[in-house]
Structures are given as C-alpha cells and as structure tokens.
Design a protein around this ligand. Structure first.
Ligand code: NCD
Ligand code: ZN
Length: 362
C-alpha cells in the first residue's frame, strides 16, 4: 500500500523557463512557491550572454518572488569568451553554461552549430567544475525528429566527452531509453534531468483523438517503451537522475498557430504529478532522492532546510487556463494573447500539495 501523505525535503527545479515581462510575473510564483532553487533558462528574447544581464534577470525574478534562489546559466555561443564565463562564475552571476544546438528549440537560433568552436570555454569550465547543461538533439533536417536525441549522444556528446573528459555535464530533459542507458553507464561526471510530462506522455498521447498542442514540446515525447525507461530511471534512486520540469509556457496564440511553439507549462502541477508517478511505480520512498537530494549532491550545494508535504488527494483547484492580465482567465473563451494553458496529464491528478514547513530539528 502506498502512503497517502508524504513529507520530503523541499525540492529544486534544475530546468525551468521563467520567461520575461508579463509572462514572467504570472508564471514565476508557481515555481517559487514549491521549489527552493530554480535554474531559470537564458533563452530570453535577448539571450543571457553576459554576467550583467544574468544579474539583472535575477533581480527581476527576485522582485516577483523574494525568497527563492534563481540560478542563471549563460547562453553559450560560438564566440563566448572563456573569460566571460570565468568572471560570471566567480561573481556568482552564472551558475552553469547552457548549450543549445543552433535551431534545436525555442530561441536557439543564436546557439551553437559547431561545438568544437567552444573548446576553450569547455576547458575553462572543466578547470572550475562548472556544469554544462545540454539540450541533446541534433538539428540535421535529414534526421528523423524521434531519433535526434540518440544521434546527439552518438555524434556529439560522446566525442565532446572524449575531448573534454573532466567537463561536468547535465543532459537535460531525457526522452529516450537510449539516453537513460547512456547516462546510467557513462564513465564521466554526468547527470540528467527528467520532466514530469515525459513520465506521463508518449508520442501517441500527442496525436490521438486530434493533435494536442499543450502536450507538444522539444524534445518531443517518444514511444511507450521510452516512457517506461524514463519512469524506471526516475524512480530508481540512481543519483544521476534529478528533477527538472522544463516548464515552458507559451501564450495560447503561440500554441494555436499554423506552427505550434514547443513547450509545456507544467509548473502549477509538476510536483504533485511527479508524486503521482512515483506512487504508481510504488516508489514514493525514492521521490525525495530524485526531487531534493540528487540535484544538490551533484551540484555540491546544501540540502534545503524546509520540507514539503504532499497528499494523495486530487487538487481542489487545478485551472486549465491562467490569465496574464488582472482578470481571471475565462475558461470558455480565453484571450489567446493573454492566456496560458496549464498542462493536463492524460490521467487526472490524484495528488496535491499540502504545506511547506521548516524541517524538524534532528
Ligand atoms: C523550451 C522553450 O519554450 O523555451 N521549449 C520546450 O519545448 N522545452 C525550450 C527547451 O527547453 O527546449
Ligand atoms: Zn527547457
């Protein structure tokens, strides 16, 4: 029998998009009321490539939510200087470096086409043990989109590790059994994030009974076999696997176009959804490792001092839409440029957040 209530150390989100402007104001509290540290991705309208920009972004986020820790990676470009990275790291402005293969996803057009151009940056990072966060998909139009993660590991990641064996790496938002297997056995300092939505979606869920724009993200969900491998990895207790929601909000007008923007906005339900998956796998005793321990251990940070309680009760209020304006979203007729759809898992949520409290002194 699964417990119906679970208290764990407060978790962190090691991959999230908190965006800018009105969107940032609306979505940030959903992350920060649950997660203590949040890696806020640098793919903004002007990507974060300087320590000054990272500092400014952090300030904007803290103005919205003063009591969380935003961690900002530098958006890597082929002309990024090692000195910029070193300075940003030394001052605490850059937590990590983010490698977007050019053209792989939202706002990655200024990313890296040839990783070898970044050798000096990777060498500098290796010296100071600064993590490289990787969106692991090749962008070759000849490669089938469902094979792009696997090909990235073969054609880019393995040679990159061979060239820079001391580089600390996080392969982000895993979607395939191949990637799970690679991360589990790689003989290097590597970890991986797994999203809540990739634990509940396979590619059929995106396409059956019509196309579901709010189940569409990059890397795109793969087969049921892959989803099962991800569930085993997340719930295994293996310290290489950690929580990263990749919550990536887009307004309804971006999701209801001829070309639908990739990204799933999951932060309002992410932690209860992870809990539900762990309960289904009879592995609730492993949730704390995945959500709250493996990340800080890998990144050599202290564990959080608060704890959070989850209950096996369906949430009282789980809105399908959020509004970016002062007025609540009209669920029947949401305004496309002012509304966001919250991720609705294919199986209704059975868990909810109960409370956050200081840990009992032991
Ligand atoms: C992200 C976004 O919208 O910024 N989209 C997504 O589908 N995950 C970018 C990313 O992390 O790939
Ligand atoms: Zn992302």
């Amino acid at each position: 029998m699964n417990p119906t209530s679970l208290t764990i150390t407060q978790p962190d989100d090691w991959h999230c998009h908190l965006r800018e402007g009105r969107l940032m104001k609306t979505v940030t509290p959903y992350s920060t009321e649950v997660f203590s540290r949040v890696i806020a991705m640098p793919n903004l309208s002007k990507p974060i490539t300087s320590p000054e920009h990272a500092r400014l972004y952090k300030k904007q986020l803290l103005k919205i939510s003063p009591s969380f820790t935003p961690l900002i990676p530098c958006y890597l470009q082929e002309n990024t200087l090692p000195e910029t990275i070193l300075k940003g790291h030394e001052n605490g402005d850059f937590f990590a470096v983010k490698y977007y293969p050019r053209g792989a996803t939202t706002k990655s057009h200024l990313g890296v086409a040839n990783w070898k151009a970044c050798a000096a940056v990777f060498d500098a990072m290796s010296e100071i043990n600064m993590p490289l966060l990787i969106h692991g998909e090749v962008t070759d139009p000849q490669v089938d989109i469902f094979d792009r993660e696997k090909l990235f590991i073969q054609d880019i990641l393995i040679p990159l590790i061979a060239q820079h064996p001391k580089l600390k790496i996080v392969l982000e938002h895993l979607t395939s059994a191949h990637a799970v297997n690679f991360v589990s056995h790689a003989d290097t300092e590597i970890a991986a994030t797994i999203t809540a939505h990739h634990l509940v979606l396979n590619r059929t869920h995106i396409l059956e009974h019509g196309l579901h724009p709010h189940r569409f993200c990059y890397p795109v969900a793969k087969t049921e076999y892959d989803r099962q491998a991800l569930r085993r990895a997340a719930t295994s207790g293996n310290p290489r696997f950690m929580l990263g929601t990749d919550s990536a909000p887009h307004t309804l007008d971006a999701k209801h176009q001829h070309t639908i923007s990739p990204g799933i906005f999951s932060s309002p339900i992410a932690l209860p959804l992870y809990a539900q998956v762990f309960a289904e796998e009879h592995a609730l005793d492993k949730l704390e490792a995945f959500a709250s321990i493996n990340g800080p251990q890998f990144h050599k940070l202290p564990l959080n001092t608060k704890s959070i309680t989850l209950k096996a009760i369906p949430p009282q209020d789980n809105p399908s839409y959020l509004s970016l304006s002062e007025t609540p979203a009209n669920t029947k007729k949401p305004k496309p440029h002012l509304s966001l759809a919250v991720f609705q898992p294919p199986i209704p949520l059975q868990w909810s957040l109960s409370s956050i409290q200081n840990k009992n002194p032991s």
